[in-house]
Design a protein around this ligand. Structure first.
Ligand code: 3AM
Length: 172
């Protein structure tokens, strides 16, 4: 079994820009997410078998989802989980449709996806002790979503890391 989730990932250039912006705005911010771990979760799946992963292959064949642009221009903090995040002010229909497809695919493979309403975001820092001050520069990061990934979440002594198990191209 692997602990997995579906996500979309900004391109490397955007990840580096977000990381630089974050460091510039809050040099003291603790427990920042490593730049190589940046992602926007579509659906968290939890323990997933090899057989279930194989089922995803055939289910994705029928999805036919078009690529779209995503703009991360909203910043927020969830006090319950102490998560600092970036999100789109306007959630594109393509992202909702992709998250919906992931949920359906997971359900068809016998996995239960969290029922809570979908709040797309990119986690910048977690378990921070307090919300940081307003940034000097408003976030405004745009990138093309032309693929989606299945990641394995692995905990080791250096913390969490995400291993890409599969990448599916969206329609261009
Ligand atoms: O996208 P973010 O970083 O907010 O918090 C975990 C991370 O979210 C979340 O899945 C993403 C990749 O690990 N996650 C972890 N366990 C979860 C669970 N049991 C979970 N989401 C929902 N239910």
């Amino acid at each position: 079994m692997k602990r997995t989730f579906f996500a979309v990932t900004p391109d490397a250039q955007t990840c580096i820009e977000v990381d630089k912006w974050c460091a510039l705005c809050w040099p003291q911010l603790q427990r920042r997410v490593a730049v190589q771990n940046y992602h926007v979760t579509l659906a968290f799946l939890g323990d997933t078998s090899d057989k279930q992963q194989q089922l995803f292959e055939e289910y994705f064949e029928s999805c036919n989802i078009q690529a779209f642009s995503l703009i991360l221009n909203d910043l927020g903090f969830w006090p319950d989980s102490s998560v600092l995040w970036l999100a789109p002010k306007q959630v594109p229909a393509g992202l909702l449709s992709l998250a919906d497809s992931c949920k359906r695919i997971a359900n068809r493979a016998g996995l239960k996806v969290n029922r809570r309403s979908y709040q797309p975001h990119l986690t910048l820092a977690r378990k921070t002790t307090m919300p940081p001050a307003m940034p000097l520069l408003e976030p405004d990061f745009r990138f093309e979503v032309d693929s989606m990934q299945l990641y394995e979440s692995i905990m080791d002594r250096d913390g969490v890391r995400y291993r890409e198990l599969r990448c599916w191209r969206l329609l261009s």
